[in-house]
Design a binder for this molecule. Structure first.
Ligand SMILES: Cc1ncc(COP(=O)(O)O)c(C=O)c1O
Length: 439
């Protein structure tokens, strides 16, 4: 049996998205967190350059959130959300509606980003049927998209490793991804070229007929594939094509939501209104598992039809609107708003971009992309072993006290929004030192 020095047995836990055997041979364990730092089991402080998994936007160990959750668990630990309610879920939905992009103010709670995506796809299908467009069953995603791990999410998603071992939904198409290093490299903010890639949706309309397509889903900034920024004008063009053909536009804002780009949501940042928006992660500052799907009035209202005694949408989760998750979410919103965190990424963006782009001449750099408080440092792969350089840099960073994400050979950064300028400098310096020594 594999054990750690403090004798935690490692065998039973089947870890997600992890090479289990490799990890268990040399574990990296986190035991505490506060502010911008994790603490490892060997007592080192580790600067969190990734907000956990893109979720701890207000930093770690926020007392307000912890006490709200504790109080809620003592007062009302759980309440069913089917045919019953509790005030916090209504209050939280109301508060979210206040910060939502205009009109996206009907909110369905889920337990995660994956559940939010599957919920959004199902709402889109139910909506088309409700308005007499039942032939619209086709869904459109994008290559290199990540929409979680449910069957809906992997079907519209475009990451081959997440798809190849599993069957996917029928009637799903993919637009091309927007990464074009031949025209866009080292971008601060949206790249100049590539708006015309949105016309892929138009081509799918020409191929299948608009009357077969229910919805198109994209991440405004594609995160998990290695931070791909949308070309200038791309999202607006996608919106226009979708509107022209009666196709619902879904923004997957699981990463971009709650301040990552310097506005509450990417929809506001890019001034493009989707019909449906999926969120999770920063919704509760990562403190409780929860997701929320924001839908526009016209989508919601189209489903509020028929006999009043009839359930309008046959969908929901045991943990939809969980009281403790709502408490965490409300307390997180208070922190975000009180500390101005929804706009903090905009204040730091210039410093962030200048610092990270200064790595341009470090060894192994293929591209750097930075926007808001998110960035990708794409390394050229080792010819004999793609992905290994990114992984080695991730491990070296961890050992030097910096947490980053490696997506293949791309290092992704998305620190808590409370980061200060010195900490940004430290991220850059650590990466520079490590890249100089990396094979
Ligand atoms: C854009 C996007 N959608 C969906 C998900 C899935 O979220 P979860 O892991 O909470 O299911 C993620 C997770 O990283 C994501 O980045």
């Amino acid at each position: 049996m594999k054990t750690l020095t403090n004798s935690v047995a490692l065998d039973a836990y089947w870890m997600p998205f992890t090479p289990n055997r490799k990890f268990k041979a040399a574990p990296r364990m986190l035991v505490e967190a506060s502010g911008m730092y994790y603490r490892s089991d060997d007592g080192r402080d580790i600067l969190d350059g990734s907000a956990g998994l893109w979720c701890v936007n207000a930093g770690h160990g926020r007392k307000e959130i912890a006490s709200a959750v504790a109080a809620q668990l003592e007062g009302l630990d759980y309440a069913p959300s089917f045919q019953l309610g509790h005030p916090l879920a209504f209050r939280f939905a109301e508060r979210l509606a206040e910060i939502a992009p205009p009109g996206l103010d009907r909110i369905f709670f889920t337990g995660s980003g994956s559940e939010s995506v599957d919920t959004a796809l199902k709402i889109a299908l139910a909506y088309q049927r409700a308005i007499g467009q039942g032939t619209r069953t086709r869904l459109v995603g994008r290559e290199r998209g990540y929409h979680g791990v449910g069957f809906g999410g992997i079907s519209v998603g475009g990451l081959v490793n997440n798809r190849r071992a599993f069957s996917t939904l029928h009637g799903v198409d993919h637009m091309r991804h927007t990464h074009d290093p031949s025209r866009n490299l080292f971008c601060k903010g949206p790249p100049e070229h590539g708006a015309e890639l949105a016309d892929d949706l138009e081509r799918l309309v020409q191929l299948h007929g608009a009357e077969t397509i229910a919805a198109v889903i994209v991440e405004p900034v594609a995160g998990s594939t290695g931070v791909l920024l949308p070309p200038q004008g791309y999202l607006k063009r996608l919106r226009e094509i979708a509107t022209r053909h009666g196709i619902l536009l879904i923004f997957d804002e699981v990463i971009t939501g709650f301040g990552r780009l310097g506005s509450p949501f990417a929809a506001q940042h890019f001034d493009v209104a989707p019909d449906i928006m999926t969120t999770a992660k920063g919704l509760t500052n990562g403190a409780m598992p929860m997701g929320a799907v924001f839908t526009s009035r016209h989508v919601h209202d189209a489903l509020m039809q028929g006999p009043e005694a009839a359930i309008e949408l046959f969908h929901g989760y045991t943990y939809s609107g969980h009281p403790a998750a709502c408490a965490a979410g409300l307390a997180s919103l208070d922190v975000y708003q009180r500390e101005g965190l929804f706009t903090r990424a905009a204040e730091l963006e210039e410093h962030w971009q200048r610092n990270l782009l200064s790595l341009q001449n470090a060894p192994h750099i293929a591209d750097i992309r930075a926007m808001g408080l998110v960035a990708a440092i794409e390394l050229s792969p080792r010819p004999d072993d793609p992905g290994s350089r990114g992984f080695d840099v991730f491990v070296d960073c961890f050992e030097k006290g910096l947490l980053v994400r490696a997506n293949g050979d791309t290092i992704a950064l998305s620190p808590p929004l409370i980061i200060d300028r010195d900490q940004i400098d430290r991220i850059t310096q650590t990466l520079f030192d490590i890249l100089r020594k990396t094979r």
